[in-house]
Design a protein. Structure first.
Ligand SMILES: Nc1nc2c(ncn2[C@@H]2O[C@H](COP(=O)(O)OP(=O)(O)OP(=O)(O)O)[C@@H](O)[C@H]2O)c(=O)[nH]1
Ligand SMILES: [Mg+2]
Lengths: 201, 134
C-alpha cells in the first residue's frame, strides 16, 4: 500500500514482478538497473542462491520525479518464482500497489504460467486484494528465443491462458535483450500512479 | 490503495525519534510499515545509510522471522536484535502494521536501548492509533 508523506511531499509505491521460476523477473530488474544506472544511486539488493535463483526478493528503488508536486519513489521488487518458496513469495507481496506478471513464452513452460497466475490470485486474496482490481500488466518474455528455433507459445494462446479475464495490457518482451522492458515498467508505473492519484482526490 | 499520515503526526513522531533515540546516541532510527515503506527516519547526521534498501530488507527479515515463530508455535519472538562488532540493529514491533528499527553502536547498552525504544514505541503507537489505518 503506497505511503503518501505530506511532510516530505513524497509517495512510496511498491511494484512487484511476479511469475514462474526462471521466467526472467530478475533479468527485468537487472536490465532496468543497467539502463538507468545514472539515475539509480544505490545498489540493487538481491537475496539469491548460489545458482542465481531468487531466494527471497530483488529490490531496486527508482525515483521517477514529481507528479502533482509529489516525489514518486517507485520500489521495484521481484518474488522467487519457484514453488518451494511459497512462504517468502507471499511476504514480498505485502502492501503491493502494482504487479508485472512475467510469463515465460517457451512452449514447455505453458502450464507453469497458468499455475503461477492462479497462485498470484491466491496470494493477493490472502491480503484481501483482487487480481481484477489491482493494477497489473502482463509480459510475455523470452520472445528472442524464436530466432533459435525454440518453440514458443503463440501470443493468442498466452492471451487466452492468462489474459482472457484480466483484459489488461500485455507486452511481448525480451528481458535479456531489453526489448519492451522499459515499456512494461512505464505502463505499470503509470497505471499504479493514476490509481493512487484517483484515490487521493 | 494508499494511506497517509498528517504533517502534525509525522512531526510528533520525528520528535520522539529524535529525543528518545538520536539524542541518547543512536546512529539512525526509522519507522517503517510492513510493506517496507519508510514513514519517518532520523539519524545523527554523520552516516548516510541507504535507508530504502534497509527498510525493504528489515520488513522482509521481520516477516520471515514472524513466519518462523508461527511455525514453531511461538506467537512472536520478543527480542529481535543483530549484534555486530561495532554496529547493532534492533527491531521493535509497534503494532501489526509498523516496525521501529534502530541502528546503534556498542557505546549504548542493549538494556538501555530497549528501554528507550520501548518508550518511543509506546508513544508512537498512541499517535498511530489516532488515525484510522486503512
Ligand atoms: N533468451 C532469453 N533468456 C532469458 C530472458 N529473460 C531471462 N532469461 C534467462 O532465463 C534465466 C532465468 O532468468 P531470471 O531472471 O533469473 O528468472 P527469474 O524469473 O528471476 O527466476 P526465479 O528467481 O527463480 O523466480 C536466466 O538464465 C536468464 O538469462 C529472455 O528474455 N530471453
Ligand atoms: Mg529471480
Amino acid at each position: 500500500m503506497a505511503f503518501v508523506n505530506p511532510k516530505k511531499k513524497e509517495v512510496q509505491v511498491k511494484i512487484v514482478y511476479y511469475g514462474p521460476g526462471r521466467g526472467g523477473k530478475t533479468t527485468n530488474l537487472e536490465y532496468i538497473y543497467k539502463k538507468f544506472s545514472a539515475r539509480i544511486k544505490t545498489e540493487m539488493v538481491t537475496i539469491k542462491t548460489h545458482g542465481d535463483r531468487t531466494l527471497f526478493f530483488d529490490f531496486l528503488p527508482f525515483d521517477i520525479g514529481k507528479v502533482n508536486g509529489y516525489d514518486i519513489k517507485v520500489q521495484l521488487y521481484t518474488v522467487p518464482g519457484q514453488v518451494k518458496y511459497n512462504a517468502t513469495r507471499r511476504l514480498v507481496l505485502r502492501g503491493v500497489d502494482g504487479i508485472v506478471f512475467v510469463a515465460d513464452s517457451m512452449m514447455v513452460r505453458r502450464e507453469k504460467n497458468i499455475l503461477s497466475i492462479k497462485n498470484l490470485q491466491a496470494d493477493l486474496a490472502n491480503y484481501k486484494k483482487s487480481i481484477f482490481k489491482i493494477p497489473i500488466v502482463l509480459q510475455f518474455n523470452k520472445v528472442d528465443l524464436a530466432e533459435q528455433g525454440i518453440p514458443l507459445t503463440p501470443v493468442e494462446t498466452l492471451e487466452k491462458d492468462l489474459n482472457s479475464q484480466l483484459k489488461t495490457s500485455a507486452f511481448k518482451a525480451s528481458a535479456l535483450k531489453g526489448t519492451n522492458v522499459v515499456q512494461t515498467m512505464k505502463k505499470i508505473i503509470s497505471m499504479t500512479i493514476s490509481t493512487i492519484v484517483k484515490e487521493l482526490k | 490503495m494508499s494511506y497517509t499520515l498528517g504533517q502534525e503526526q509525522l512531526d510528533r513522531m520525528e520528535d520522539i525519534l529524535q529525543q528518545n533515540l538520536v539524542d541518547i546516541g543512536v546512529r539512525c532510527v526509522f519507522l517503517i510499515d510492513m510493506a517496507g515503506n519508510i514513514i519517518a527516519n532520523k539519524d545523527n547526521g554523520k552516516i548516510k545509510h541507504d535507508v530504502y534498501s534497509l527498510a525493504a530488507l528489515a520488513a522482509g527479515n521481520f516477516g520471515a522471522v514472524s513466519a518462523m515463530a508461527k511455525i514453531i508455535g511461538e506467537g512472536e519472538f520478543s527480542l529481535l536484535f543483530h549484534k555486530g562488532k561495532k554496529e547493532n540493529i534492533h527491531f521493535n514491533k509497534i503494532n501489526a502494521d509498523f516496525l521501529l528499527i534502530t541502528i546503534f553502536s556498542n557505546e549504548i547498552s542493549l538494556g538501555f536501548l530497549r528501554l528507550k525504544v520501548g518508550e518511543a514505541a509506546e508513544m508512537i503507537e498512541k499517535i498511530l492509533s489516532e488515525i484510522t489505518t486503512p
